[in-house]
Design a binder for this molecule. Structure first.
Ligand code: 3HC
Length: 297
């Protein structure tokens, strides 16, 4: 089966980025959100991102219009019936995901590949909500924020994934302009397995007075050539998301390095989620481009 039509579930930061990337690569894309308002918000973000590529000359105004023309949105799961692959990027809640997959399994054609963009939930646990035939066509496709720019996609297989389906998913990742890496269905896959303990260690270093927010960020940015220091990155990813992933990883492996530090928990409880809420390790409310470090200790 050739992949021509891509269904994307969820039009938040990741879903909209995945939809934009697939449409840019020439696929027909349909995005499903739960309300029209959420569809509109997601598509406004896509317009903005495409506008940035057009401004830079990476794409022409004509290509921008063509990419936009390949994308539609819907609030009905039934509209995804004829998709060749479904990429799910909805809320990180196992039950919600399982229920959505259960319904889609009835709606989609037997050949449709089901993929999840989850960062930390087990693919196997989602897969078992579908029929035995579909379980062989169930994989993880984990993208990175901002999806239109980040070159990596983790292609995740379970114990039951069919070899041909897996290879097709790897090729699909390439056709999106990404570099696919192969990973097994182990919580955190490759990137979060290594990234999450690093981010949590940075918070522990801050708690222990090793350095300030700015100094630790500068140390890793300028000393290691990382594009962002760990606190800027945490604010960018979302501290609620980081906390949630760490909790899942800690519950899975029961290893101290995945345990969320008390400061992270308190920040999340206090609504300091990072950029999206205006404050995290930095305060973005006055000048988002030049945020000031928060006094957290
Ligand atoms: N769409 C289009 N263009 C965009 C864009 C978007 N969404 N976001 C940024 N850009 C463009 C900007 O317009 C800018 O263009 P220019 O060079 O022509 O001015 C260029 O990208 C660089 O952007 P900025 O000047 O704003 O900032 P940076 O140079 O710092 O680049 C970044 C931004 C690419 C996000 C870079 O900082 C970076 O790579 N950061 C690390 C991101 C990262 O690690 N992501 C992974 C997070 S982990 C994850 O997602 C997994 C999950 O499971 C937790």
């Amino acid at each position: 089966m050739e992949i021509k039509k891509v269904g994307v579930l969820g039009c938040g930061l990741m879903g909209s980025g995945i939809a934009q990337t697939a449409a840019t690569a020439g696929f027909e894309v349909i995005v499903r959100e739960v309300t029209d308002d959420l569809c509109e918000r997601g598509f406004a973000g896509i317009e903005k991102s495409l506008g940035r590529f057009a401004e830079k000359g990476t794409i022409t105004a004509e290509q921008q219009a063509q990419i936009r023309g390949r994308m539609t949105s819907t609030t009905k799961l039934n509209d995804l019936a004829d998709c060749d692959i479904i990429i799910e990027a909805i809320i990180e809640n196992l039950e919600t995901k399982r229920e959505t997959y259960r319904q889609l399994d009835q709606i989609c054609k037997p050949e449709t590949i089901f993929a999840s963009n989850t960062s930390s939930i087990s693919i196997t646990e989602m897969m078992t909500a579908t029929s035995p035939e579909r379980q062989q066509r169930f994989i993880g496709l984990h993208f990175f924020n901002p999806v239109p720019l980040m070159k990596l996609v983790e292609v995740v297989r379970t114990i039951l994934t069919d070899d041909d389906v897996y290879e097709q998913a790897v090729e699909f990742g390439k056709s999106l302009g990404k570099v696919p890496v192969r990973a097994g269905d182990k919580t955190g896959f490759i990137v979060n397995r290594l990234l999450v303990p690093y981010m949590l260690d940075a918070i522990r270093a801050l708690e222990e007075g090793v350095g300030s927010i700015v100094d630790i960020d500068n140390a890793m940015k300028l000393g290691c050539g990382y594009p962002m220091g760990p606190f800027t990155l945490g604010d960018f990813v979302g501290l609620d998301t980081t906390y949630y992933i760490a909790e899942i990883m800690f519950n899975e492996f029961r290893e101290k390095r995945f345990a969320p530090p008390p400061l992270l928990k308190r920040m999340v409880l206090a609504g300091l989620y990072g950029r999206k809420s205006g404050r995290g390790f930095y305060d973005y409310t006055k000048d988002a481009k030049n945020p000031t470090p928060m006094n957290l200790l």
